[in-house]
Design a protein around this ligand. Structure first.
Ligand code: KG4
Ligand code: ZN
Length: 344
């Protein structure tokens, strides 16, 4: 069985083919970074137009790298939401068209759920219960999983996502878009202990996250110390800010581990590409004697392999593919609604 995934929820046009054993036959990701960089963030209208321009090429390239003819694809999978509505509609309409024309099943998947699934593509033996930390540009949440596709929301950000905080500070310092990878690189040259930031934490005992206070504190320090690309403290500032984001994420995770006692921890989403976070996450798992799983960097940021993988998982669990052409994209409200049993 060959399943083609299509992902266009934000600013990456991606297609990928996996077989029934989750082997990736091809994975093509075309980023739009250069288009949005001058604006310091994704411009939704430009994103959807670029998806329209790129989607045929990306799907053709995906088939050619997989050495498959389009008729050989057995099922299509597509991201339904959350994301930018115009961008989502391009992928969804294209996938619907292919499924309809070739009379193949179409499986719509949730973007966040697909990010979690990305941790399993290369890690087949993850012991459950597993605690998944999803850190992207739009989301920062933890989920407890008793088994594959069985999620309980443990905590989520009450304001900014971690990636959003990194992107905003980078934008303020005119470092380009996306800011996360730029900060990752520049922070290598700095001293992470030079600037002291208070660690954000919840005072109500919940396992939620918050990054807007940290972002404000960082903006204040930029003004106070006149931080700019030319200032001698530039790299130290970025290293200290990055380290605080990493420490905040891992402090929360440690608390959740102590409470929920999982057997493994998973790290997914675009920010999971961050070198410091990957390193500290792995060290933490070792210290806590837990199995850890982090996708390879290319499967952390938006990609269609995770979309196809989740669809295969759903098909294997006997979920009925949605053949209906009434399928709609959802920008915010997710159909992925794990029971959110918040701690008292
Ligand atoms: O998962 P993703 O591709 O899109 C969303 O679903 O949001 O994540 C994008 C986010 C951006 O905020 C970007 O700055 C961040 O991931 N990111 C990184 C790195 N690479 C991407 N953050 C820190 N270090 C990186 N190397
Ligand atoms: Zn994403």
């Amino acid at each position: 069985m060959y399943v083609m995934g299509i992902e266009t929820s934000c600013d990456e046009t991606s297609a990928s083919v996996l077989n029934q054993d989750f082997r990736i036959l091809s994975s093509v990701v075309l980023t739009q970074d250069e288009i949005h960089a001058p604006y310091g963030g994704v411009v939704p209208e430009l994103a959807s137009r670029q998806h329209i321009t790129s989607i045929v090429y990306v799907v053709q390239e995906c088939l050619s790298r997989a050495k498959l003819k389009v008729e050989q694809v057995d099922a299509y999978a597509v991201t339904q939401g959350p994301g930018l509505i115009g961008s989502l509609l391009v992928g969804l309409s294209f996938a619907k068209g292919l499924a309809y024309y070739f009379e193949k099943p179409l499986i719509a998947v949730d973007h966040l759920e697909a990010h979690i699934e990305s941790a399993f593509i290369e890690h087949k033996k993850v012991p459950f219960p597993a605690l998944a930390l999803v850190v992207s540009g739009g989301h920062t949440s933890t989920y407890l999983m008793k088994a594959k596709m069985d999620y309980r929301l443990i905590g989520r950000t009450r304001d900014d996502a971690a990636g959003e905080a990194l992107d905003k500070i980078a934008k303020f310092l005119s470092l380009g878009y996306p800011g996360g990878p730029v900060i990752d690189k520049l922070a290598e040259k700095g001293n992470p202990r030079k600037f002291a930031f208070a660690l954000p934490h919840m005072t109500d005992g919940s396992l939620d996250f918050s990054f807007s206070g940290l972002k404000t504190a960082a903006l204040r320090k930029i003004e106070e110390h006149k931080i700019s690309k030319k200032s001698p403290l530039f790299h130290d500032f970025l290293a200290s800010f990055e380290m605080t984001v990493v420490r905040a994420l891992l402090a929360n995770l440690t608390q959740a581990v102590k409470l929920l006692k999982p057997k493994s921890i998973l790290l997914c989403g675009g920010v999971a590409r961050n070198k410091k976070l990957r390193q500290r996450f792995t060290e933490l798992a070792r210290k806590l004697r837990l199995t850890s799983a982090i996708p390879s960097p290319e499967f952390c940021t938006d990609n269609a392999a995770m979309v196809a993988a989740l669809a295969i998982e759903k098909l294997k669990k006997g979920r009925k593919p949605s053949l209906s052409l009434d399928l709609n994209a959802y920008p915010r409200i997710s159909s992925f609604t794990p029971s959110s049993k918040k701690r008292k």
